[in-house]
Design a protein around this ligand. Sequence first.
Ligand code: ATP
Ligand code: MG
Length: 334
Amino acid sequence: MGRIVLENVTKSFGETQVIPPLNLTIEDGEFAVFVGPSGCGKSTLLRLIAGLEETTSGQILIDGEDATQIPPSKRGLAMVFQSYALYPHMTVRKNIAFPLRMAKMDQSEIDKKVEGAAKILNLADYLEQKPGQLSGGQRQRVAIGRAIVREPAAFLFDEPLSNLDAALRVGMRLEISELHNRLETTMIYVTHDQVEAMTMANKIVVLRAGHIEQVGSPLDLYRTPRNLFVAGFIGSPKMNFIEGPEAEKHGAKTIGVRPEHITVSADTGPWSGRVGVSEHLGSDTFFHIHDTGLAETITVRADGEVGFKHGDTVHLTPRADVIHRFDAEGLRIA
Ligand SMILES: Nc1ncnc2c1ncn2[C@@H]1O[C@H](COP(=O)(O)OP(=O)(O)OP(=O)(O)O)[C@@H](O)[C@H]1O
Ligand SMILES: [Mg+2]
């Protein structure tokens, strides 16, 4: 079991409050992702849950039990960091076994658990090697293996993939999602990468300056961001924001239109502008359109290989049913 509830949790470092009173429930078996810009408090929140930081006030409940005063080693949670923190002189087997040896478990039981974890993580052939002989992705898997053998109530990951190159990140992202499907254990995963959040989470928690801007499934946040911050943070490329007369027509201070909800054409459409930079990805093309009179740049996504050139005049049609409207406070208008 691994249901985690934060009740009015705050955290101050000296005089500075970095987490104002915060309430959050993570259900047993959920994959929750904390996402937000650098310094917004993601790691602090994770460390509070782990018990590596003391809460200033409020309560942390793990499966209904008040864990606020329980030391980290007794909370039944396992943390995986960005730096793998493996012991370089120990084999993979010994690294994975480490927490079990500390707990004085039987050697035969340890072997069984280590081999089980190695199998899940495709490390079975590397058990007698040292971390120095492994790739970055394999090292990260060893660190995850060390967490798995503890059979924790929840896994806590703090940017575990940010040391890996882009291709490996995508691979490991899938592996961790696969692991979650298989173990069905609660996972809390910290990242500043909204694509990671969108692809891995059941529940995304968007943080800014220590407070929660929105909690929801990836598609909830994509479809109905509750304010301009979430609207701009979730989605890639970013949502276009338009103010002025065009927004007023919709009864809003600001309207938001995602690049994928604008059609670009040579001759028809209510908006027009000049093509600036185009990004040709093969599967998609992104055009950055200037001189629309709406915003400095309007970004548009087109399907496949679309060949407008720099300086071409093009017309744009936003999809009327997915225009997001925001008021003067930046809050979504229902
Ligand atoms: N030990 C500390 N002492 C004082 N301030 C701290 C301490 N740890 C974190 N902070 C402050 O708390 C705030 C949140 O930091 P935190 O590390 O949780 O951010 P983060 O969201 O994880 O950022 P990043 O994406 O850069 O890792 C920051 O303003 C940071 O400077
Ligand atoms: Mg951090």
